[in-house]
Structures are given as C-alpha cells and as structure tokens.
Design a protein around this ligand. Sequence first.
Ligand SMILES: *Cc1c(COP(=O)(O)O)cnc(C)c1O
Length: 463
Amino acid sequence: MGKLKNLKKSAKAFAEARRLLPGGVNSPVRAFTVVDANPLFIAAAKGSKIYDIDGNEYIDYVGSWGPMILGHAHPKVLKAISAAAKKGTSFGAPTLAETQLARRIIAAFDSIEMVRLVNSGTEAVMTALRLARAYTKKDLIIKMAGCYHGHSDSLLVAAGSALAETGTPASAGVPNSFAKLTIVIPYNDIDAAKAAFQFIRRSAPVRRSEPVRRSESEDGSEDGSEGGSHKNKIAAVILEPVAANMGVVPPLPGYLEALRNLCDTEESLLIFDEVITGFRLALGGAQQLLGVKADITCLGKIIGGGLPAAAVGGRADIMALLAPIGPVYQAGTLSGNPLATAAANATLDILEKKNCYEKLETTSALLQIGLTGAAKDAGIPLTINRIGSIMSCFFTDRPVRNFADVQSTDIKQFKRFFAEMLKQGIYLAPSAYEAMFVSLAHTKQDIEKTINAAKTAFHKITN
Ligand SMILES: *Cc1c(COP(=O)(O)O)cnc(C)c1O
C-alpha cells in the first residue's frame, strides 16, 4: 500500500494509441485528461478488481461506467455469452432471447408496455425524442443542465459528463438550428421548468427549419397558432430522474412529481433517461424507487450485461408509432444482438433474485459512512451524495443539488484525491463529475481497504 505503481507499459501504450486514435481513446473521459494523468490500459477484470497491463490490481469503482453491477466477468454471464456465441453471433432476424428480454423489462417497469432494443444509450434517447415529437406533433425539448443523454445533436447543449468538465457549452459540429430546439434549465428547479413553458407560450412562434410535417399542413394549423391541443411547442421534458452524470444528484422531494404534473397539464411527454438508474437503483429503476412514472423510458448500461445493448420503452400508444407499425423510423443491424441479449438475460436472472438491491445498499452505505468519517477526521469538507449503489464525493461543505453547485466544488482537491487513491490501488472515475459505482462483487474487505486508502489520501491532501 502506498507505493508508487509502475505504469510504464500503460504510458507506452497510450503514446502509441494517441498516434492512431484521436486522444488515444474511443470515448473522451477515458483519456484521464481532466485529472492530468495518463490512462491505465486494462488487461483484464474479475469481480470487483481490474488489472492494468503493468500487472497492477485495483478495486474498481468505475464498473465500465455503470454496466457491471454484478462485478466483472461474472461466471453465469460468461457462460451465457459463450453458449450464445456457439450458436452464431448475429442473424439480423428475430430471436426468442429478444422477446424474453422485452418481457422482463416490461415486467420490471410499470410505465413500459412495449420496448425497442437498440445498441447504445445514445440511440435509445435519440429514438425517445423522435417518438415524443411524433406523438405530440411539437418540436422543442427541455433538458436539465448537467444531465447527460448521449452524444446526439439535439442533446449536446450544455451537456454534462466529460463535456461539462472541459468547459465546452456544446459540441462543435452541432448546427445552431438543432441546439435551438433544446431548452436547458437547472435540475431540481420546478419553477424554472414552469417558467420555460410560460416563456415558450408567450414568445414568438418558433420557426421550423425542417419541412412542415404533413399532418400539420393537412389540418391547416400554422406554427405559432394556439389551436387544438397545441398549448405550447414543447414535445417533452427529458431528464435523468436521479442525475448521475454531474456526479450523483438525487431529485429533491416532490420535484419529479411536480414535473409529472406539469407535463400532464401542458400535454408534453415526460422522458426518464434511466440509462444509469434502470436496474441499478431497483429492478424498476428510479421510477420504482421514487414512485413517479415516465411516458418514455431510456435504458442502457446494465441491460447490456457488459455488451452493447440499450432500450427505449413506454406506453403502447407511443411505442406503436415506431416502424414497421407506425411512421417513426428507427432500425439497427445489430439491435437485439444474440450475445448482448444473452448477457442481459443472464444479468437479469441474478438481479431478479432476492436481496440484490439490499446487499448493494448495505455495501454502499458502509462505504459512504467510512468515507464521511475519514474526511471528517482529516478536516476535509466533503459532501457525499448517495442513492443505492451510486455515489459521489464532492469537495465542498455545502449541499449539492444542481449543476451550479457541482461546479462550485473544489476540483483541485478531487484531482489530488483521485491520484492518491489510484496510487493505493483504488480505481475511481477520472472525473469529479462522474459517479462511483458499487457492485455486488464488492466485499467488506474491499470497502475497508477503500476507506483506509481514503484516510491516507485525505491526510496527504491536507498536508
Ligand atoms: C451513458 C449514458 C447515456 C449514453 O449511453 P451510451 O451507451 O454511452 O450511448 C445516456 N444517458 C445517460 C443517463 C447515460 O448515463
């Protein structure tokens, strides 16, 4: 413990990768840019541990950014994947495993009556927005600052995750006209949501840069006209019901209920992006835990069981708009892939068993209590937000309830904490804006080791 790791092979591999892949990575946050370090190249992972190519072992709290709720390389998941692989890796035709997975998603979520399987969370959200716009015949979307919904054009507007940290308000290459269709308001602020609806109602009609939809020219209504049920122009409000891409920020009591009511009154759809929280906080996600139903739900991460799979689901009347039975186009060569559905079904087999979520809660609470105590002993102001098995350590003495709060925390201290933990074999997300993920594979000993490492780290930070 405490000795500097040899990271020579990772450093060399990164230098080579940077010549061939932009930034040396295939997803930005992996580059460790925001913690001023070189990324570890990973050779393998098992249970709660991850191993780099220099042969160092770490207790892993990244969990591939959420999917690995069972821990890495779970024998039952591996067995299911290899059994499926032997029968062929992709058919581009329906399989029984897809229906099985759909049935279980529908059983887990009260608000989901039909589901479409896709390959990534980004795709799930893209499809959710297209469905909402088709269903409501409106164009605008409200999103919350600090919530991340993947990298599609309409949602890279003051997005969270890695983008927020590099201080870019949106991505280059996103047309202004797309960004204009998205209204960004603070999370956990119901007055801001009401004000956004008011503002849109009062402001000049929103010009559509796309062709006017057929239905609209048929019924004769024009942009800006207040006829029919078009009370406003907002198709949907989308959010992570428990924000987890600006660090973990749970909703304030009553916030989700109030958004639900607002959407009902305004005839806009409520989309919950449960790509992190689905099957993580409970089988039925944040919706089950907090008792508020979405019209459309996006799932990902855990439902791929560590392979690329995601889903969009919702009320049958909305989902029935999807091709081939409806006019909303969506498709995917590898959607419902046999390996991914096998991994997903095997993962859900385990999660559906008794006590999984209780166990995750117990382990995670232990970690929270230990870290809180360690920080206090060292005299370091620390706010830990935790819900179930996701949590964040914010270096501040104030509560953290939205993105502005997150941005006011001490990022320098986080960076030092991250580096000191890594040296001691604790692999945290290389960003103050990402969650810690606890898995079913984390043991009491893992938690004790982590807390001890944090004690050392906190003392180093103060000195
Ligand atoms: C990760 C994530 C996404 C994007 O999913 P990908 O599979 O990376 O495209 C969308 N929404 C939320 C809440 C996420 O955490």
